[in-house]
Write a protein of this length. Structure first.
Length: 202
């Protein structure tokens, strides 16, 4: 079946500036997406920014050998795509095309986040969870926009690991699913199709 992709992703919001959130932010800004990273404190966010900036510098050194100016320009251009926020009010969630949830692996906390954002986001916004162990149907049991909810399971370390499991929930629309597969390719990853089962890949 050919599914026409209508959702054009440009603005990405990432909840959680830990290991996974900052890695996902790095690959997204590197590939031209506009990213808002939401963390618990400015201190934590600045730590994440330093880490991802170091990652980008390593890439720049390989890509622009012996050209310090081009290296700096590359890193600056990527960082221009990054905004840091400590709360969702400043994050313009209504403008997000894709929200990636990469917060602590706690079912209630993930459910609470969905409840907080569901009435703020646009009618086309896709929300994806990076959960490793919970079923999508449990995380989204009370979420209103199940057709626009899916899983994007990146692996650690995100900049290095090619594989992303893209998990289709029972109600995820085909269009949303194809849009997420395409997003993964645009950030240089190799997505695999998974169903909402424990352990994924099936
Ligand atoms: N670490 C891995 O190898 C790995 C691999 C794949 C998927 N995951 C999944 O990715 C998610 C994040 O894991 P991690 O390893 O990055 O954890 P982490 O502890 O490094 O980062 C989680 C961050 O989320 C923050 N946070 C918690 N609640 C928040 C909220 N409401 N809003 C904003 N930030 C909030 C925490 O302060 C912390 O900084 C989890 O669901 C985990 O299962 C982890």
């Amino acid at each position: 079946m050919v599914v026409e992709i209508q959702n054009e992703i440009q603005n990405v919001v990432i909840f959680g500036s830990g290991l996974m959130g900052s890695g996902i932010a790095q690959i997204a800004i590197e590939n031209g997406f506009s990213v808002t990273l939401i963390g618990r404190s400015m201190d934590k966010l600045h730590q994440s920014k330093t880490k991802l900036s170091n990652g980008l510098t390593r890439i720049a050194k390989k890509r622009f050998v012996n050209d310090a100016e081009a290296q700096n320009d590359f890193v600056d251009a990527c960082l221009d795509n990054l905004k840091l926020c400590t709360n969702s009010d400043e994050a313009n969630l209504e403008d997000a095309d894709l929200i990636i949830e990469a917060i602590v692996e706690n079912l209630k906390v993930k459910q609470k986040l969905l409840a907080e954002i569901e009435n703020v986001i646009s009618e086309t916004c896709i929300v994806a969870t990076n959960t490793s162990s919970f079923l999508l149907q449990d995380i989204a049991s009370k979420y209103s926009h199940k057709s626009r909810f899916a899983g994007l399971h990146f692996f650690n370390p995100v900049p290095a690991m090619k594989l992303v499991e893209v998990i289709k929930g029972q109600e995820t629309s085909d269009e949303v699913y194809e849009t997420l597969l395409e997003f993964c390719r645009k950030v240089g990853k190799s997505p695999v199709r998974c169903r909402d089962t424990h352990g994924f890949i099936r």
